[in-house]
Write a protein that binds this ligand. Structure first.
Ligand SMILES: [Zn+2]
Length: 134
């Protein structure tokens, strides 16, 4: 299988991918007002502070919204691709991929858990799977 297209990494987001490399789902946190934000960006939308740090998310959340991509198909991905918007329990949202199930299994409000998917070339990406029902 071909390699996935790599995300552009710069000053504002390379730290997030470094956390993914370490198996963590990062969330940016404003040092001014403590609000969480994703995707990473330089300025807080709440208080306009440029000062921030990062916290590690638990990786637990629920499906807020989703879509199923069938076309166009890019190399490095298996289709259909289930893209989800996750309400993380920390209170912010991330867009990611749902793996290990079919589009028929997906629904709103289902609990999900983050896992790290490692490509054959070693690239690591946080994705989600449906949480096991205990
Ligand atoms: Zn702020």
């Amino acid at each position: 299988m071909d390699s996935r297209i790599k995300p552009p990494m710069g000053h504002d987001n390379a730290w997030w991918w470094q956390m993914a490399e370490e198996g963590k789902l990062g969330i940016q946190r404003c040092r001014g007002c403590q609000s969480l934000r994703h995707p990473p960006r330089p300025m807080c939308g709440q208080c306009h502070s440029l000062d921030w740090d990062a916290v590690e998310a638990s990786g637990k959340g629920t499906i807020c919204s989703y879509t199923v991509l069938r076309h166009p198909q890019f190399p490095g991905y298996e289709y259909p691709l289930i893209i989800i918007l996750v309400d993380l329990e920390e209170g912010t949202r991330v867009t990611s991929q749902l793996v290990g199930c079919t589009p028929e299994d997906v629904d709103f409000d289902l609990p999900v858990e983050m896992l790290i998917q490692e490509d054959p070339d070693g690239f690591k990406l946080p994705v989600f799977k449906l949480a096991e029902f205990a």
